[in-house]
Design a protein around this ligand. Structure first.
Ligand code: MOS
Length: 745
């Protein structure tokens, strides 16, 4: 099926928010904190700017509550007395001419009384400076299964490791941007580049003190999101709305790349500590896992990211006993947020490096250690969820080894690596990814989906799920067309507009195809049933008969709509307190294999070949599914080998694409994507989520391959040439002249 919005995108007809203008529209800009933490003393407006021309908004102008309403509501929309991170928004300006804003922003000077700030997880844990709550801890979880304290004495080996992952920028092509308008009669309207219309809706009701029906949020065509447009759009929308309310005119705010990179969310940096008891054959007896993420200055979505990271920390393995202690700690940096994978890429990087470590200690292969510990149907996960579906991880592993020619390559590389400065390696990662909101999440969301048929026989899908490149529009239309037995062309999808579409939940967590898709399927079926019940349609019908039936129904009864609301599967049990039970209705399973070359002259790592094999239930659209996996693997390669945020006192220093380096197409290997389809009773046509899955596996597979090539352990990503140089340089001998002091030492 062709992409629903594909034609408009390639012809340039698609309208992004910056393509839109409203009469009398102003442009907005943000004055941000220059310090990491402090008290705001004075704000002064410097010379050389005609301040009468500008609309100025501070926290005092906020009609409602000064917060970005989300989970804890601890993040202000505009800092009032204190700032808690660099680039925190303090004041807003608007002017009819966009080019006048930069100078005006620079002419605002703010005096601070500096306060001590915290810039590492370790500093935050030390609690010598408390910057959030009583203890700097934004959220913690504890998962306990079995009696882990009893296993240490039985263990043949106790294997320990500590693993780190860095911040990562989402780097969507289109930066954050919105337009806000305020009309006294109708309230606030937002048009924006965003993932979750109802998140913005909720945030603006609180901020602007408006009832539900006086806030309207419309998602424009969105040029990528990757989680980066889950929470931040509420902030920028709030800013534009405040300027619009004060000025009485529509206001557009569009970030440039530097502002977007320095001020908005990134993937949480993480530290994972493993201590694992294994028997002499490498079978896991039990373990302790400590997983810590850096949440930044406010809680935002850290609890949700931590939750997914916690549940995925044990991977696709059977743990007879485990204790997983996790926490998100506060630092004085812009809040870290949602990014594809949502904590799982972090804790799975640690685990899949650690599995290779266990293999070495025990003296078995990386393949064997995984095989001996794979979960099997009927066994329980770390949260004691019994695996009901028929999984065959051994089979998945075998196929991945075959597809990558693993054994032959492993042997050949070992030979070839004996001489020369080019070292080759091959590494694997096995993992899982839960689809949908965690635990009771889907029950709380209580998603509602609508399908509407017009008198012309065209069916419209009504969901708040947004398209941002991943294929939502196409896949949901396919599902509705299939349910109604209509051609794909007869189904359209409504633009996500809170005045038009019901709240089908946020577009996150690999939930859209599986959970929203299933609701679309049943809502579409409802249309058919309504027509059948009113005697207008038989069991078999042509599109023409369907159209006539719709016309007749609408003529006598009015609008033809059908809704479907989420109902949690009866046997699902989740304990939020104990963090125990069915964490996800379904998991996707995967084995990835990376082949790398490490060049000991340039210290660069090149990924030469990549096999991504996954079991995803049912592939609904092969082209889009492959695209999701390819894109995720590319981002995973960036996470592993390229993308490093350089911090200075909580501020990103390299907020440009010239010095924050992401892989380009020439840096990428052939990414060979393969699927297995075992079905899933919880998803439309047996689908599982796949959006986030491909982000989890590449980094550990690649770093495992680098170790295979070099014989040196690397437990921290991003792994850049300078890190390899640092670790391997002394061994190559010839480089000593480059660094005389090291040579002397
Ligand atoms: Mo998100 S990281 O778009 O669930």
């Amino acid at each position: 099926m062709p992409r629903k919005e594909g034609r408009d995108k390639v012809t340039g007809a698609a309208r992004y928010v910056d393509d839109m203008a409203l009469p009398g529209m102003l442009h907005g800009a943000t004055v941000r904190s220059s310090v990491a933490r402090g008290k705001i003393k004075t704000i002064s407006f410097g010379p050389g700017v005609d301040w009468n021309e500008f609309v100025v908004v501070t926290a005092k102008d906020i009609p409602g509550k000064n917060c970005i309403a989300l989970i804890l509501d601890d993040q202000p929309c505009l800092a009032a007395e204190n700032v808690n991170h660099p680039e925190e928004p303090i004041l807003l300006l608007a002017h009819a001419e966009r080019h006048k804003l930069r100078k005006a922003v620079e002419a605002v000077s703010i005096d601070y009384e500096p306060l001590p700030s915290v810039h590492s997880m370790e500093d935050s844990e030390r609690k010598s400076t408390i910057i959030w709550g009583n203890d700097n801890i934004l959220k913690r979880y504890l998962v306990e299964k079995g009696d882990v304290d009893a296993v240490w004495k039985e263990a043949a080996h106790i294997v320990e490791g500590e693993y780190f992952t860095g911040a990562q920028e989402q780097l969507y092509i289109e930066n954050n941007g919105v337009i806000a308008a305020f009309e006294p009669e109708s309230g606030v309207t937002i048009w924006g580049s965003l993932q979750c219309p109802y998140y913005v809706h909720k945030a603006l009701m609180a901020l602007c003190d408006q009832p539900e029906d006086r806030v309207r949020v419309v998602q424009m065509e969105t040029g990528g999101a990757f989680g980066g447009k889950e929470e931040y759009p509420s902030m920028i929308a709030g800013h534009a709305a405040l300027l619009a309310i004060k000025s009485g005119k529509p206001v557009k705010i569009i970030y440039d790349r530097m502002e977007d990179m320095i001020a908005t969310t990134k993937r949480h940096p993480s530290r994972t500590r493993h201590r694992t008891a294994v028997d002499k054959n490498g079978k896991i007896l039990g373990g302790e896992i400590e997983f810590t993420i850096d949440g930044g200055a406010y809680a935002t979505l850290s609890s949700v990211v931590l939750s997914r990271g916690t549940i995925h920390a044990g991977g696709p393995y059977y743990w007879p006993s485990v204790r997983i202690r996790t926490k998100a700690v506060a630092t004085n940096t812009p809040p870290h947020g949602a990014f594809r994978g949502f904590g799982a890429p972090q804790s799975l990087f640690a685990l899949e490096r650690h599995m290779d470590r266990i293999a070495q200690v025990v003296g078995i292969s990386p393949i064997e250690v995984r095989r001996r510990n794979f979960l099997k149907t009927g066994q329980t996960t770390t949260t004691e969820q019994t695996i009901q579906e028929n999984i065959d991880l051994d089979g998945l592993l075998d196929r991945a080894l075959d597809l990558s020619n693993y054994d032959a390559k492993k042997k050949r590389f070992a030979e070839e690596n004996r001489n020369g400065k080019i070292k080759k390696g091959i590494g694997i990662a096995a993992f899982l990814h839960g689809a949908g909101f965690t635990g009771s999440g889907e029950r709380y969301l209580n998603s509602l989906v609508g399908v509407e048929a017009g008198a012309d026989g065209v069916v419209r899908v009504l969901v708040s799920s947004a398209e941002f490149g991943q294929g939502t529009n196409t896949v949901l239309c396919q599902i509705a067309a299939e349910a109604l037995g209509l051609p794909y062309e007869n189904v359209a999808i409504a633009q996500p507009d809170t005045n038009v579409v019901p709240n089908s939940g946020p577009t996150v967590a690999s939930r859209t195809a599986m959970i929203v898709g299933k609701l679309v399927q049943s809502a579409a079926t409802g249309i058919k049933e309504t027509l059948a019940k009113s005697g207008l349609l038989g069991e078999d019908y042509t599109p023409d008969q369907f159209r006539i039936a719709c016309r007749e129904y609408i003529a006598s009864h009015g609008a033809l709509k059908s809704y479907s609301r989420y109902e949690s599967p009866g046997n699902v049990y989740w304990d939020d307190e104990k963090y125990r039970g069915e964490a996800y209705a379904a998991f996707a399973w995967a084995v990835y294999v990376a082949e790398v070359t490490v060049d000991l002259t340039t210290y660069s790592v090149t990924v030469n070949d990549f096999v991504a094999l996954q079991e995803v239930g049912k592939v609904l659209n092969p082209v889009l599914a492959e695209g999701q996996i390819t894109g995720g693997v590319a981002q995973g390669i960036g996470f592993a080998l390229y993308e490093k945020v350089v911090w200075h006192d909580g501020r990103m220093l390299n907020n440009q694409m010239t010095n924050y380096i992401m892989p380009t197409s020439v840096d990428l290997p052939p990414i060979r994507v393969f699927f297995e389809e075992h079905g899933n009773v919880h998803g439309a046509h047996g689908a599982k989520g796949i959006g986030e899955l491909p982000m989890d596996g590449p980094a550990p597979a690649i770093v495992n391959a680098v170790e295979d090539a070099t014989g040196v352990r690397f437990d921290s990503i991003p792994l850049l040439p300078e890190d390899l140089f640092e670790a391997l340089g002394d061994k190559s001998g010839e480089r000593d002249f480059l660094s005389p002091t090291r040579g002397m030492a």
